[in-house]
Design a protein around this ligand. Sequence first.
Ligand code: GLU
Length: 432
Amino acid sequence: MLRFAPSPTGDMHIGNLRVAIFNYIVAKQKQERFLVRIEDTDIERNIDGKDKEILEILKKFDIEYDELLYQSKNITFHQNFAYKLLQDKKAFACFCTKEELEKEREKAKKTKIAYRYSGKCEEITIEEASKKAEPFVVRIKKPQKRIEFNDILKGKMAFEPNEVDSFVILRADERPTYNFACSIDDMLHDVSLIIRGEDHLSNTPKQIHIRELLGYTKDIDYCHLPIILNEEGKKMSKRDKASSVKWLLEEGFLPQAIANYLILLGNKTPKEIFTMQEAIDWFDLKNLSKNSAKFDLDKLRFINRAHIKILDDKILAKLLGYDDENIGKLAKIYIEEASTLKELKPKIEKIFSKKEIPSEYEKEVEVLKKLIKDYSNIKKFDEFKKMLMQESGLKGKKFFKPLRLLLTGQEHGPEISLLYPILRKFINEVVR
Ligand code: GLU
């Protein structure tokens, strides 16, 4: 089983989407099941509706899953496993107050030594704990030996017991911490490979330690992906608008193009433009670069144009708000000067709205208006142009500028000879 485990705590980040895509592709390749687990146990950070938004995004990207789980459904399991560890003396009740811990943290900071739990409550037995009428958290005991695992990209990783530390698994209100819930759920759902961002690297030994103490012997494979950097080379944060999948979609980037770009980023691929389905044939985590890749909006724009070009005309028309496949064809003619749906839309809208004509061309426009309609049954642009020139007596700029304005509502744009064969079909809506 593979899994994608987003937290419903904000707009979906492109880094998360990349994780979802990779997990989906690898699940398909291995013919294993794919679980989407909404990690909603951190109630203070949850934002209402973000879970639905994540699922809608997955749908838009055609990322299908076999199972959907809200982590909060498993809380009883998390609690029972924590109590089992407590009973087995592999975890202990910790009564240290926030203030005490804060003091220790401050001290560590001053002496520039990494903070570790003091071990103060480690010897408190369950019997003693149950007699105290004070709130407590459950801490797992730190490992006795190094925790080692193999990362598909980073190779062999090793963490000393002190780095793992005796950490909290159950809060005072009996809610599990992220590492605990995550580790238990991966075990319960028989996860075989975890692909996630490298910001989780230090969590991995903790999660392995939890399962080892519970006697779970199956090895889970790991692949921690390098983070995505912004154009300045810093970690792409919420402040970078392009980090939000929702923003990219609103800007008119196609899901196919975003997916293509995210698979291409820091990767060796047999070609540049492809679909996610095609990538299932050749995608290999081992080809990913170990270094962080820089997000490049211009490259995404290029890929978006390529995907618009290969999109079915009728579908493109629909995305732009029209029903006729000819509008899709028309939009593609504008692709060199518009890279997104949001940029294409006004180009098409201007063609079909009432034209604003600068006063210097008013006279010519009046003459051409009627002639265009009369001769638009001519299929070939050259013939049409010849007839119009002949009948109007106009030529050069005095002919082409008003003709372009009448047909497109814009002073500049693609060759009229390319636009005309389509526009003539809508001539009464175009020339008004
Ligand atoms: N919920 C975590 C996050 O959104 C991911 C956990 C994981 O993949 O293990 O960052």
